[in-house]
Design a binder for this molecule. Structure first.
Ligand code: PAF
Length: 271
């Protein structure tokens, strides 16, 4: 496995690849959710590239950029074992040299709600770095986890809007035995909050049950079912529990099946 730190090196490596290239963009501190992306990428491409870059432009001024968990040595072992061919792990100044001024600015409902509402500029940072990685590595396929549903919608829109020649592949969320979605940030949880965290999964399950009981109903019943479960956990403070269109993130008036087999909620039918 080659470890590459500069844009110059990645450009040289790119000129030597033949056959399809799969890119798995990450911020490191890898877990089994990432491993499922590497596995799929390995099965589908001749060359698999992982990036590890804690992207400063997607963090707000009071967010966790400095303390975001990092363990490059452990990550490199995991990547090697997963059969990844190349790791691109640039510095912030390599990606954003002095004078950098050009950003991808997603607009509208997609970024005005959910994470976009509580984290201004987050999706601008994500879209910018993902476009730069697509430009540098020029993969035929790029792999993302379904856990970050709004991120997937933003990147899908960018790929469509800017006619980027890359196919997005989205893999299902990987969960701990008690339902908590795997995430690098789970390492922040102390034992008490870790014990409380699966309430989120229980709320999602309750939402699913409410939907299955009345698939054509008003989404309010689903949202209420989720909110009631979260309210049972004293350590949990609900930010939002909403039902949104998976592509536009607009509120839904009525529950409905995904518009097409290639909508973000049905990605695996979308090879
Ligand atoms: O999902 C992540 O880890 C990040 O948002 C990504 C896509 C690697 C961009 O920094």
């Amino acid at each position: 496995m080659r470890i590459v730190r500069t844009i110059h090196e990645i450009e040289y490596a790119r000129s030597q690849w033949s056959g399809p290239v799969g890119l798995v963009p990450t911020m490191g501190y890898l877990h089994e959710g990432h491993l499922s992306l590497f596995q799929t990428a390995r099965a589908e491409n001749t060359t698999v590239v992982a990036s590890i870059f804690v992207n400063p432009t997607q963090f707000g001024p009071n967010e966790d950029l400095e303390r975001y968990p990092r363990n490059l040595e452990r990550d490199l072992h995991m990547l090697e074992a997963a059969g990844v061919d190349m790791v691109f792990t640039p510095t912030a100044s390599e990606m954003y040299p002095p004078g950098f001024t050009t950003y991808v600015e997603p607009q509208g409902s997609l970024v005005e709600q959910g994470e976009g509402a509580s984290r201004p500029n987050h999706f601008r940072g994500v879209a910018t770095v993902v476009l730069k990685l697509f430009q540098l590595i020029q993969p035929q396929r790029a792999y993302f986890g379904q856990k970050d549903a709004q991120q997937i919608a933003v990147i899908t829109r960018m790929v469509r809007d800017l006619n980027l020649p890359v196919k997005l592949r989205v893999r299902p969320t990987v969960r701990e035995a008690d339902g908590l979605a795997m995430s690098s940030r789970n390492s922040y949880l102390d034992p008490a909050t870790r014990a409380a965290a699966p309430i989120l999964y229980q709320a999602l399950q309750a939402g699913r049950q409410a939907f299955e009981a009345q698939p054509t109903s008003n989404p309010a019943a689903v949202m209420q079912a989720m909110a009631e479960i979260v309210a049972q956990e004293p350590q949990a403070h609900l930010d939002y529990a909403e039902v949104r269109d998976a592509e536009t993130f607009l509120p839904l008036e009525r529950l409905q099946a995904p518009r097409s087999s290639c909508s973000p909620s049905a990605w695996d039918q979308c090879a």
